[in-house]
Design a protein around this ligand. Structure first.
Ligand code: ARG
Length: 231
């Protein structure tokens, strides 16, 4: 197995898909720093561990493979802990609760999951939202970024998207205010978002969980939470 000591002085290589507001995103300006709840959290965790960060912004669907190959150390990508993924990567302790919802423009006529029959919805490639649409036989267009999936609704290309509740709620409280609705999906359960690491990196998993526990104890996690979710 890899030696944790040897990695200690190297930057922590973080794979993300910075299109998932408010967890990870960049402003339109390409020189923008990585922003969001999860970006602040991973920065605080790395600081606890005494390591710097090297970011890699890639399509969400490429994240699990790159972690499996060992080319990146940790995924900070709003990733839902699923059984299937747990067979491929190691998850940290969860940092956020989520659930799938329908995001739809007001007056789209969509009020429940049944109204999506015969429509083509927008989802992000490789996500649990895309899996759900596929499993239910809902026609869907799959985008590389979450921002593009939401854009598709804004330009009228699709009448709905299936995405994570905190992301939909945040959108409706900001850019989508007064223009979009969030509709629950009755047959979905609560899920948890966590960081993902290589199967062999049990030492890194321990360090990340210890750092996160410390940030919860000392109030730092709460501060970051309030910055993004309470204003
Ligand atoms: N939570 C969902 C999943 O795991 C969506 C994650 C999308 N993340 C992102 N950075 N675009 O599939």
């Amino acid at each position: 197995s890899k030696t944790a000591e040897a990695d200690q002085n190297k930057p922590l290589r973080v794979a993300t898909n910075a299109t998932f507001v408010p967890f990870e995103f960049k402003d339109n300006d390409q020189s923008s720093e990585y922003k969001g709840f999860e970006m602040d959290l991973i920065r605080a965790i790395a600081k606890e561990m005494g390591r710097t960060i090297e970011y890699n912004n890639i399509p969400f669907s490429g994240i699990i493979p790159i972690i499996q190959q060992g080319d990146m150390d940790i995924a900070a990508a709003g990733m839902t802990m699923t059984k299937d993924r747990a067979s491929k990567v190691l998850f940290s302790a969860p940092f956020y609760e989520s659930k799938l919802v329908i995001l739809t423009p007001k007056n789209s006529g969509i009020q429940s999951i049944n109204d999506l029959k015969g429509k083509t919805i927008a989802v992000q490639l490789g996500t649990t939202g895309a899996d759900y649409a596929e499993a239910k036989g809902i026609a869907n267009k799959q985008f590389d970024s979450n921002a593009e999936a939401i854009m598709e609704l804004q330009v009228g290309g699709s009448p709905a998207a299936i995405i994570d509740k905190p992301v939909a709620d945040y959108f409706v409280s900001q850019d989508g205010k007064g223009k979009f609705d969030v509709i629950p999906i009755p047959d979905t359960k609560s899920e948890y978002l966590a960081f993902a690491m290589n199967k062999k990196d049990t030492e890194l998993q321990k360090q990340v969980n210890a750092a996160m526990a410390k940030l919860k104890e000392n109030g730092e996690y709460q501060k970051i939470y309030e910055k993004w979710f309470h204003s």
